[in-house]
Design a protein around this ligand. Sequence first.
Ligand code: SF4
Length: 355
Amino acid sequence: MNATPPPPGPAEAQPPPPFLSIRDLRVRFRTEDGVVKAVDGLSLGLERGRTLGIVGESGSGKSVTALTVLGLHDPRTTEVTGQVLLDGQEVTGASESALERLRGAKAAMVFQDSLTALSPYYTVGRQIAEPYRKHTGASRRAARLRAVEMLDRVGIPHPARRVDDYPHQFSGGMRQRAMIAMALVCDPELLIADEPTTALDVTVQAQILDLLKELQRETGSAIVLITHDLGVVARTADDLLVMYAGRAVERGSVREVLSDPRHPYTWGLLGSMPRLSSDPDAPLVPVPGAPPSLLAPPPGCPFHPRCAWTGEVPGDRCAGERPDLPAGRGAACHLPPGRRHPDFIDAPAGPRSEA
Ligand code: SF4
């Protein structure tokens, strides 16, 4: 009898790694007051064609994570450990020239404040055309044509004329569309949108979110959508990661997390926003207290100073033992399984398009 095990067949082959893979990411800022632990052991994966929503309050580590994926931190003041892989290419520790090649072509970012992100001194068309020329070596004329094409693609009327406008000649919604055009001009496979609709009224917000989804359907790109607004996530994302104090505290599909939230912080976020089924006159309840200082995060569960549920956990585990986030669907919380806040079973109301 041949005792040699057969070679692994196709069924045993490892699945390819996700397009974006983050493992045990830690980001520390050296400041005069001490070391800020901005991201503290984050892991996630994202496939092409899917949208991951990352939610949390200011200072939860969402935007720092996004900047790290693009290698945009100053190495003189920032220490980054762990692994960030973009399409198999290492971002952490990569040279500036390697990062330059990744940015724009592999991944690009849409920022919240288009007035700050767009230079007032250059036309919108030039700001879209420049990164295209840089990455492709296209001529000025070809890059200008590409800028017109991109403005048309993101729904700017009369793009051949508006390409020569300056940012102040665009409305807020049009500037945001122009930023999306700028981010997509080199066909990146990952788009990171950091609060892309916060400054916009609710109708324009819905249009911009619809545009992102439409462009994703066309290109098959992956999207990371960073927001404090669960309504935006409900409308746009496939999967959801809730961050608190630099750590992921809950993850799952959007449907799972919104219909069966398991972490008290997620309950707090849901309670602080309007829902379709709630009494329109009932006051919204903010998460009590304030996020912790990341110079000296609390021991144990970082949410415990704000959490109303510590009494449900036997012993003093909340203050003394940091809960881990399990792989796959789950929450980093010591509450016994099956313990669930009864009030948060309805999906929140997302922004609605009037179109
Ligand atoms: Fe609250 Fe304890 Fe769960 Fe942290 S571990 S969220 S303090 S119940």
